[in-house]
Design a protein around this ligand. Structure first.
Ligand code: TPP
Ligand code: SF4
Length: 310
């Protein structure tokens, strides 16, 4: 799909063709799956997905996958190295004339935040430095989800996880701040990076289409509202995803050759509206309201946008 500016202005312009079929064993309302489904509409079917262990492992139950593309499973830390192997193999086949250039495949890493922010970071750093031509698609559910929702470096301040409960010493739950993986990637100078949300499908499609113009490492951080880990009814996935953006917690942006542009500037509702929808933040409101923790979360968001708006 050749990109033209503002290709996706209206919903009917999103390709109708599906590349992720229904009936996967992932949880109802999984925001990560929703992002992948939308992304695949632009990525198409000439793709090799290199999947780090995580929730998306469950997409495939040998010999079936819901993807009409190829799929390779790797350990959590090695998906970018796996992607290098696949890319090299494709390049060698094309160079030897054994694979026609027009049948080339895109190489796409699929990883959770545990892999992306943590275990696969050194292998990712190597791949970007080598200018590997690949997409890195991270579905960020802000925890090690598949193994019981443990703290990951993407878990935000105040969220409760199974390894950062709220207790006497830490009544607000998680005390760390979410690692800024966008800036860590940007320091490596890849040609294209973006954050996306499935609640902003036109923005998401536009970014995937635009990224096709760039050879080299391309990062997509996809907001992955997670009913199971964040403790909300799956019916609220769209509300949680929309509020993350509208409250300013999940900025929609891209960086082309290092220059950052925000693709949507929210009016910024109070973060409380987002927090209150989720059981992982319930302790901030019940049985006693933790004003200091709520103010802290709001202040971090305000600081971010102050620096954006100058
Ligand atoms: C080195 C290693 N440690 C632990 C595991 C067990 N494990 C499988 S999936 C998973 C959670 C992955 O978390 P994340 O990358 O955030 O993806 P999610 O499960 O949230 O989709 C873990 C810890 C593993 N596969 N490899
Ligand atoms: S635990 Fe969360 S991220 Fe994993 S499949 Fe379920 S909803 Fe999706």
């Amino acid at each position: 799909m050749a990109w033209e500016p503002h290709m996706f202005k209206e919903l009917h312009q999103i390709p109708r063709e599906e590349h992720v079929f229904p009936g996967t064993p992932l949880c109802a309302g999984c925001g990560g799956l929703e992002s992948l489904r939308l992304a695949s509409k632009v990525l198409g079917s000439h793709v090799v997905y290199v999947n780090a262990a995580g929730c998306f492992t469950n997409l495939a139950a040998f010999p079936f996958t819901p993807l009409d593309a190829s799929w390779l499973y790797t350990t959590m830390g090695s998906a970018p190295a796996g992607a290098q192997g696949v890319r090299d193999a494709l390049d060698v086949l094309i160079a030897k004339g054994r694979l026609p250039k027009e049948e080339d495949l895109k190489v796409v890493v699929l990883g959770g935040d545990g892999s992306t922010y943590d275990m696969a970071l050194s292998s990712t750093s190597g791949a970007i430095t080598r200018k590997l031509d690949f997409y890195y698609f991270c579905y960020d559910n802000e925890a090690y989800g598949n193994t019981g929702v443990q703290l990951s470096p993407a878990t935000p301040y105040g969220a409760r996880t199974s390894t950062s409960p709220c207790g006497v010493q830490h009544p607000a739950g998680t005390t760390q701040e979410k690692k800024d993986i966008f800036e860590i990637w940007r320091a490596h100078k890849p040609p294209y990076m973006a954050t996306v949300s499935p609640r902003f499908p036109l923005d998401l499609e536009e970014k995937f289409a635009r990224a096709e113009e760039y050879r080299g490492p391309k990062l997509f951080l996809a907001f992955a509202a997670c009913p199971t880990g964040w403790l909300f009814d799956p019916a609220y996935t769209p509300d949680v995803a929309r509020l993350a953006v509208e409250c300013g917690l999940w900025p929609l942006k891209e960086a082309i050759n290092g220059t950052v542009t925000h693709t949507y500037i929210p009016k910024r509702k109070p973060v409380e509206e987002y927090l209150k929808l989720q059981g992982r933040f319930r302790h901030l409101f019940e049985p006693t309201r933790q004003d200091e923790a709520i103010r802290h979360i709001q202040a971090r968001v305000d600081d971010y946008w102050k620096q954006v708006n100058g």
